[in-house]
Design a protein around this ligand. Sequence first.
Ligand SMILES: [Zn+2]
Length: 373
Amino acid sequence: MLESSFRLGTVFGIRIGVHYTWVIVFFLLISSLFAVFRNAHSEWSSHATLLTALLATLLFFVSIILHELGHSLIAIARGIKVRAITLFVFGGVAQTEKDADTAATEFFIAIAGPLVSFALAGLFYLLKLWLMPYSETATAIFDWLTTINLVVAIFNLIPGFPMDGGRVFRALVWRITGNAGKGMEWAVMSGKIVAYGLMVTGMLVALQPATLINGLWLIGISWFLLAVAEDSKRAYFREHLAGHVSVGDVTQKEVPTIAADMSILDWIDKKMLLTGHRACLVIKDNQTIGLVSLSDIVKCPREQWSSTPVREIMTPLKRLYIAKPNNSILEVLQIMNEYGINQVPVVDEGKIVGWIDREHILKILQLHIDTGR
Ligand SMILES: [Zn+2]
């Protein structure tokens, strides 16, 4: 959901990006801060007030990035790679390559963010005290930053997944029961309760014309939290299940094949468009020599489709990722996701016995989830 973000820079190998929805919150914050500072210091010129609002907003976003860096650095120290930190309309998010594998790791990663926010609140408070005799502007900015960082720290500690507090809660249940799945289930349940609570609060707040925007904001956040909680739970159980299902269990033995010398045009007209199969194993002298799929046709200009055999655009066998029947499908799925592969041939005792298909795996995993088996 955060693909369309633009890059600000890279820190500790982590890409820092901004999603386009962040622009909304940027302007909302500046305008509401402008009103706050205008009320408190009506003697300031409009320019000075606007500049103060802008500075406070920018320092707030730096605070959010530092909060996410807190999570990220602990994750890295515990052996989990962090791809990116992205700012978006509801705050920041650090995207890790995988979930924590122990309750302790989950706990320390989760708690690090709010601790950074508490530390920043303390730092800004000291700066405010220090600069108070010299600058009204600095006092106003640091005063607001102290409060907002406290709010961020406390709000994030609410024990509902996917908030930091929910992750802490998940780690505690995990630790006490020794069951990571239970931790996930409880944390998601509390996350939903929190989200519905926020939604009702948001509706009540939105009833007052003066606080309509704040109310809508809360409703938006609650909707977002609900969606992430559901998604994370589904992804978690899918992965968990995938660890127990083997490649052999989901191998499709009857796989579409095609002769290596068939032209691309014939393959499309006489096979693909009639059967709906986007990919085929390529056969020559009764041997599988590669795999060709719809995404390969860009390798050949359309005018040459009738004169080019499929073997020229296929991926040869030796360059294909191959699975064995006793591999767990979790690792195969991860590789498929990482490289955008949809089919992986399955080799048993040196012979290709079929393939596994990404969509097919996901369908089977969903059925496992639906039936609880
Ligand atoms: Zn956080």
